[in-house]
Design a protein around this ligand. Sequence first.
Ligand SMILES: NC(=O)c1ccc[n+]([C@@H]2O[C@H](COP(=O)([O-])OP(=O)(O)OC[C@H]3O[C@@H](n4cnc5c(N)ncnc54)[C@H](O)[C@@H]3O)[C@@H](O)[C@H]2O)c1
Length: 268
Amino acid sequence: MRLKDKTALIFGAGQAPGETPAVGNGRAVSLLFAREGARVLCVDRHLDSAEETARLIRDEGGEAQAVAADVTSEDEVKAAVEACTDHWGRIDILHNNVGISVEGGDAPVTEITTEAFDKIVAVNLRSMVYACKHTIPVMREQKSGAIVSISSMAAWENYPWVSYKATKSAMIALTQQFAIQNAEYGIRANVILPGLMDTPMAVDRRAEAWGRPRADVAAERDAKIPLLGKMGDAWDVAHASLFLASDEAKFITGVALPVDGGRGLKVG
Ligand SMILES: NC(=O)c1ccc[n+]([C@@H]2O[C@H](COP(=O)([O-])OP(=O)(O)OC[C@H]3O[C@@H](n4cnc5c(N)ncnc54)[C@H](O)[C@@H]3O)[C@@H](O)[C@H]2O)c1
């Protein structure tokens, strides 16, 4: 029970649809936090998907509620933050999971459209600013809090498209800024950089977009991983987040943690 009596607010707690039993990062982290004793507010653009995550938690004996919010709307993010404090009176953990790439129309710099760039910035980055803007005052009042955001190894690697690259890189810079500017209030901010993970959004969506069998896309991703030649999964990301959100990490702030099976080490 590493999160006993803590309250977690998770944006992107639903799950992208997919044909496989693979679980998404948002759902896995919600389930794991609840198993470790946290009360979880599951927030997603798709209320049915957030409700499904909350139901899975309650079926296991945990405590969870679901609310709908599109993270591109400041009013909706603010309302979700207020829903959390209305339910449970505090926010110990803010987890920023929402992120899109190909489905937002991302492209190389010579082909990117204004519309796609602005959309991906709004979903991936502006959302983090809104969530932190409205949660940090609650955490400052409490004199404690942990923020964990999900960036990507795309921030550090030679990634093909510009909007995902720009937004995931900026999430690291903002995490460092929020960490140093809120340390005096006992608020920690850390960011996780997942590499290639076997989630419905990353594999099923790409297979669909490219008109290729899921197994082919998965095998191609597996082949790029040094550790046992296999992609990670959402539970790997969830366990990293559990550590950073827990009191075990009470002296760790401003850190960018790769969860990538060693792929970032493949240079030369
Ligand atoms: N899967 C990977 O290989 C991988 C690698 C690196 C980083 N990531 C990052 O992990 C995070 C989650 O990825 P995942 O593949 O597990 O997906 P996921 O299954 O956790 O899906 C993300 C959730 O966000 C929700 N969402 C999307 N747009 C939203 C909006 N505007 N407002 C509110 N909710 C919205 C979706 O409905 C979905 O439920 C993303 O930030 C992604 O960039 C994933």
